[in-house]
Design a protein around this ligand. Structure first.
Ligand code: AMP
Length: 131
């Protein structure tokens, strides 16, 4: 069965899409630690990030860099933190989280809630800053 992220890529499940190319897709996490918390995924369905082929994981990092720069420019943060967990969704992904301190990337803390409109606006702002 396709993962929830493959169904997002296929457009079967809606997402707050930020950017994509032929191999990767970036969209907002719906249970964010911070405004602009983004997930970067490969379009090929692989469970564990570190099982990806060298070239693919390398190119995924370059793709994530482009998205991270756009998050940096548009969100109120000192840095964009990066994390790999994969304990919930078995489709490789990188979390990009705008942070001002360590607590901002503490995954065990309560997640933030935003309206559909706010999520859309955030995704659009980040997308508009992609170079
Ligand atoms: P993990 O697999 O532990 O890295 O966590 C998976 C992440 O995917 C969590 O932060 C979820 O909030 C996020 N997530 C799950 N389903 C969706 C979805 N439909 N759209 C956006 N983010 C999602």
């Amino acid at each position: 069965m396709a993962t929830i992220f493959s169904r997002i890529i296929a457009g079967e499940i809606p997402s707050y899409r930020i950017y994509e190319n032929d191999r990767f897709f970036a969209f907002l996490d719906i249970n964010p630690l911070a405004e602009g918390h983004t997930l970067v995924i490969p379009k090929v369905e692989t469970d564990y990030l570190f099982d990806l082929e060298d070239e693919l994981i390398g190119d995924m990092m370059i793709f994530a860099k482009k998205v991270a720069r756009a998050i940096d420019e548009t969100m109120d943060c000192k840095r964009v933190g990066m994390a790999v967990l994969g304990l919930e969704v078995p489709h490789a992904h990188i979390h990009l989280v705008p942070i001002n301190d360590l607590y901002d990337i503490e995954f065990s803390r309560p997640k933030l809630k935003f309206s559909d409109e706010a999520f859309r606006a955030t995704a659009q702002r980040i997308a508009a800053a992609i170079r």
